[in-house]
Design a protein around this ligand. Structure first.
Ligand SMILES: [Zn+2]
Length: 455
């Protein structure tokens, strides 16, 4: 049947409408990426970081441990466990591409876990040691940087009571030969963190500076995660989970050359030329603003500074690891409680997007937020256009408010922002004493580190 003239016209009109919509979406997205750079520069920290989620189910805590041991260096890793009736799917995503060494490592880890689970309740020292060794080697760069931060803190604050108390605990719980072992140090840090945290005494919490405890927690997170994972694998309740688990690695989404509006173009949408000049003068005196701005407008490929009032500014944008998993959940309309573990706390834009998804009925939980705005944050492209458009508008409304308010009060001092941002899961309840032998084996094989305390 030949379509009627009227039908054809209606179809054309709809097509026009859709094209217009898509063009608007593209334009709004360009504005989003442009505003991210401005917001990142002038208002990096939006609010105080909020408390971490503390009531997690066993398998959710397991996801946190996995996220910790899968983050090799600077990358962020997100983990989501989808527990189905007869098997379990482990979704992994990372900001950037999976390298062959990552793939090999993940396969190895899964193999050890299946073996540990199969043998349980029998205990095979060999498996546990090999498992701990693989993690210690893979995570060594990140471990060392966390270790160094703790060491620097101890050097600077050696005479304070809380450092002395930690030193006493450390010496009492580690052998002379193990003092330079990364994994044994991590184990003792994990024990100390749990001891302090479990003492639900406000005085203790107050006397041990939370910054110091956070550093100890991060160093201890490796031994803590290893113990937590082994425990979960040894739990007979989860046998089927490990024998039938499938790992699904999500591909990264990166745009190398996203076109954006210049710094000036965006700021002039909020204030007039006179105020702009004034504002620029003030910015010059704020080194943290100019530093962040120069990073945000550096061309990713050429490492050259792009003009603040130029017409052809490019930005490198990529999908954050947790957004990669969330877009899968949305595309598949999964409405149950879904916990996404992340090796770092969520940034402010991810938090906004999760807020929006929650308003649409998705029960998404992440371990914590640090309220910082990063440039180069990519909007997830979910299949549902309505969702995509409305989420974009929601984020833009918030950015407009933040930029508008900041520019209005630009005479007030701009916050420098504390540099925290790491996230480690809660420790498991066991003291993991049975892992001491495997850890000691690892210590003999994996390279040693500097002493934590000067002698
Ligand atoms: Zn993020």
């Amino acid at each position: 049947m030949v379509p009627s003239e009227e039908f054809k016209k209606k179809h054309e009109r709809e097509l026009e409408e859709l094209k217009k919509c898509m063009k608007e979406l593209k334009e709004d997205e360009k504005v989003l990426y442009s505003k991210e750079c401005v917001a990142h520069s002038i208002n990096f920290v939006v609010d105080k970081a909020n408390k971490e989620v503390t009531t997690l189910k066993d398998y959710e805590r397991f996801s946190c441990y996995l996220a910790t041991i899968l983050a090799r260096d600077k990358e962020v890793v997100a983990v989501w466990l989808r527990v189905l009736s007869d098997h379990c799917e482990i979704y992994l995503s990372k900001n950037f591409a999976w390298e062959s060494q990552d793939v090999k490592y993940i396969n190895k880890i899964m193999m050890y876990l299946k073996d540990i689970s199969k043998n349980a309740p029998a205990y095979s020292d060999r498996n546990e040691s090999a498992f701990a060794e693989a993690i210690t080697v893979y995570c060594s760069a990140k471990f060392e940087s966390r270790y160094k931060k703790l060491r620097d803190y101890i050097k600077k604050n050696g005479s304070s009571e809380h450092v002395k108390s930690f030193k006493n605990f450390f010496s009492a719980n580690i052998n002379y030969v193990d003092r330079t072992s990364m994994i044994m140090t991590s184990h003792v840090c994990n024990m100390y963190y749990k001891k302090i945290k479990d003492k639900n005494d406000e005085k203790v919490k107050f006397s041990v500076l939370s910054e110091f405890l956070e550093l100890i927690k991060k160093v201890g997170s490796y031994a803590g995660s290893i113990i937590g994972i082994v425990e979960c694998a040894r739990n007979t309740q989860y046998k089927s989970l490990f024998s039938n688990s499938i790992v699904i690695k999500r591909s990264p989404v990166i745009i190398n050359n996203q076109s954006i509006y210049s710094w000036k173009n965006i700021i002039r949408r909020f204030i007039d030329e006179d105020k702009y000049e004034d504002f620029m003068d003030r910015c010059l005196r704020k080194t943290n603003v100019t530093e962040r701005r120069s990073r945000a407008y550096t061309d990713h490929a050429t490492k050259q500074q792009q003009p603040l009032d130029g017409g052809d500014v490019k930005q490198y944008v990529y999908l954050h690891a947790e957004m990669n998993i969330l877009s899968y959940i949305i595309d598949n309309k999964i409405y149950g409680r879904e916990f996404i573990a992340v090796s770092k706390k969520c940034c402010y834009l991810c938090e906004l997007y999760i807020d929006f998804a929650q308003k649409q009925g998705y029960d998404i939980i992440v371990p914590g937020n640090h309220k910082k705005i990063y440039s180069g944050w990519k909007l997830p492209h979910v299949k549902d256009d309505n969702f995509k458009i409305s989420s974009l508008r929601y984020i833009l409304e918030n950015l407009n408010r933040i930029i508008g308010q900041k520019l209005e009060h630009y005479t007030r001092s701009l916050p420098a922002g504390p540099d925290n941002g790491g996230n480690s899961p809660n420790s498991s309840n066991s003291d993991g004493r049975y892992m001491v032998a495997p850890f000691k084996k690892v210590s003999k094989k994996v390279k040693m580190t500097d002493l934590l305390f000067d002698e």
